[in-house]
Design a protein around this ligand. Sequence first.
Ligand SMILES: *Cc1c(COP(=O)(O)O)cnc(C)c1O
Length: 398
Amino acid sequence: MEELAIKGGKPVRDKKIFYGRQWIDEQDVEAVVATLRSDYLTCGPKVKELEEKLCEITGAKYAVAVSNGTAALHCACIAAGIGPGDEVITTPITFAASANCALYVGATPVFADINPETYNIDPASIEAKITEKTKAVVAVDFTGQAVEIERIRAICKKHHLIFIEDAAHSIGTTYKGQAVGSLADLTTFSFHPVKTVTAGEGGAILTNDEKLYQKLVLAHTHGITHDEDLMEEAPHEGPWYYEQVELGYNYRITDIQASLLLSQLEKLSTFKARRQEIVGRYEATFADVEGLILQKEISESDTCRHLYIIQLDLSKLTCSRREFFDAMAAENVQCQIHYVPVYWFPHYKRLGHRIGECPHAEALYQGIMSIPLYPAMTDQDVEDVIHAVKKCVEYYQK
Ligand SMILES: *Cc1c(COP(=O)(O)O)cnc(C)c1O
């Protein structure tokens, strides 16, 4: 058996590899430079072009591009009319923003448990958490795999809830052949550099509903409108006149960012294919490794995978998750954990949340680890990651 690097052996690779990173090529660089040389750095044609492109890719009727994925979730909550006294059901296995957006509008996040096999929010648990105060569900396509859209849609319809899909991980994914972005009442994307396509920072909200769209537009630019149809008074003061009809924010994205993202979106299908290829290689290798549990994929989802997660079956290993994580880092494979259950954080504890709320989510958290997955990985990088995982598992197997 190979000696682990953490015990003094030779590491699997010399250069550290991280769990995710962007892929920027010359075409991206040129797109940004061209915008820098143009008339508009913000509020110009690239933002509009980006919104049209997002509609084209997803089949959604309307898109509003914003400054980041968190702003997108905040705007979605505003458009949905969520406010004080309302409850919003989400998953604890997500980035904090999926729950924070409810707090931004004065509502109360409520956590439903996950399906322990798919790791996505469990529709049965959503139903169990519904009260007369429930106003919306924020369902996260965790790792890129679509949530059980049809069941969640049916639950939302039955209880008159707004279905917000946090698709920060899942641009490029389809559910029963339909693109994520057109499947929920409101869908949000993030274009942070670790996500599938990037704008540096960026986000978007998509919807098929014109009323929701108008609210999104207002929310992301101060609640200000130049459209006379949306004005309340429209006193014809002159061409300079606009009206602030709501309280909104400055959540605009720049044309610089939009031009980068437009260039990235041209590569979305190549990125997806490469991600699927790497996932396929991981699945084929890890499927019968004793001590590893793999995420189950529902057949409806053709997933553009954002994260690849291995779950350690700690009953079959002699190490803790921490020891395994450190051993991988010593092999120069830097993993990450997605995610600490959101309600474990001090801010949520102060709001009254307690350990034990979602047992499946907490059990999952104990054993998971995200290993490197991004399209710019070379075949050698992929083989190194596989080598490191197998080396560590074999070392720690009971
Ligand atoms: C990244 C992420 C967000 C927030 O996106 P930002 O662009 O970083 O603000 C929201 N939800 C999930 C699930 C995410 O992974």
